[in-house]
Design a protein around this ligand. Structure first.
Ligand code: ADP
Ligand code: MG
Length: 289
């Protein structure tokens, strides 16, 4: 071999160089092994190209999902496969898997998960969010308290509309933990502005341990609660979970019966005396369209 020929890059060197230029690290890593298998006749040239591209694509897809989960605050990975439906017999598995096909996002619907603490509301909301991210949808997860705090801060800084636009961007907004902390009327008003901005434009998943009839108390104002529910129950799917807490299952025998299996949403409401100024009672089991 002459000196000049030695300086000519071989085809394999050129491919390596191109893969670096194209920013395809996984393909670069897989190259040598694939070439060896090709030379030994274990795979065809087409199969080698196919594997090379698939490896790179998988890496990119995984990193896209990882970034989208982080940006969407879906940090804890809760999956549908990790959900034990046998523990929650009131839950219709097929209904949840239909939701996982994500038609509700296309239709800009609102999915409500209602039930007592520990029954898997946040788990299911997150799992559907993860499915949506995998399918390439943008998702943002927040508790109601965090959402209202962010909107309140933005309002004080004179950039409320900008913040509302930010929360309108994802095609799915998950609002977790409605009802755990009471929200003042000011907070209810801010949440209403967001809900109104997303109405019929973007899907939402809401989780709550309180029945709709209690939203007047949750939001500190029955008028706002009624206006919120008006939008949030139009094009809505209501999933009611009636069961015991998954968190408490190792200690189930230690829990008093009323805590062990609390039929949360409807019965306690009936027991409560109606107070003046409460919003009209809405059927929590209703599936609005
Ligand atoms: P909620 O939001 O209704 O209070 P979570 O969804 O946070 O309840 O559930 C509490 C914990 O129990 C979480 O770690 C969740 O992953 C787990 N969990 C709840 N229900 C189930 C279930 N049916 N199968 C598997 N894990 C569950
Ligand atoms: Mg929760």
């Amino acid at each position: 071999m002459t000196a000049s020929l030695d300086q000519t890059p071989s085809t394999i060197d050129r491919i390596r160089h191109d893969l670096v230029g194209l920013k395809m690290p996984r393909a670069l890593e897989a190259l040598d092994h694939l070439v060896r298998r090709l030379e030994q006749g274990e795979i065809t040239a087409l199969e080698a190209i196919d594997t090379l591209l698939a490896e790179e694509l998988t890496l990119r897809e995984n990193s896209r999902i990882k970034t989208a989960l982080r940006m969407g605050r879906l940090a804890t990975i809760k999956t549908l496969t990790g959900f034990d439906f046998s523990f929650q017999p009131s839950l219709d598995r097929d209904r949840i898997f239909t939701l996982a096909q994500l038609g509700f996002i296309e239709r800009c619907e609102v999915v409500h998960f209602l039930g007592p603490p520990g029954t898997g509301k946040s788990h299911l909301a997150t799992a559907l969010g993860v499915e949506a991210v995998k399918a390439g949808k943008s998702v943002y997860f927040s508790t109601l308290a965090e959402l209202i705090a962010a909107l309140g801060r933005a309002e004080r800084e004179g950039r409320l509309q900008e913040k509302i636009r930010f929360f309108c961007r994802p095609s799915l907004l998950v609002v977790d933990e409605i009802g755990y902390l009471p929200v003042g009327a000011g907070g209810g008003n801010l949440f209403f502005q967001l809900v109104n901005a997303r109405y019929e434009r973007g899907a939402m998943i809401l989780t709550s341990n309180r029945g709709f009839a209690e939203w007047g108390d949750v939001f500190g104002d029955p008028v706002i609660a009624t206006a919120l529910l008006d939008r949030l129950l139009h094009h809505a799917v209501v999933v009611q979970i009636e069961g015991s807490s998954y968190r408490l299952r190792p200690h189930a025998e230690l829990m008093p019966e009323h805590v062990r299996s609390k039929a949360i949403i409807a019965p306690p409401l009936q027991a409560q005396p109606r107070r003046r100024g409460r919003p009209p009672r809405l059927d929590p089991f209703a599936t609005a369209s």
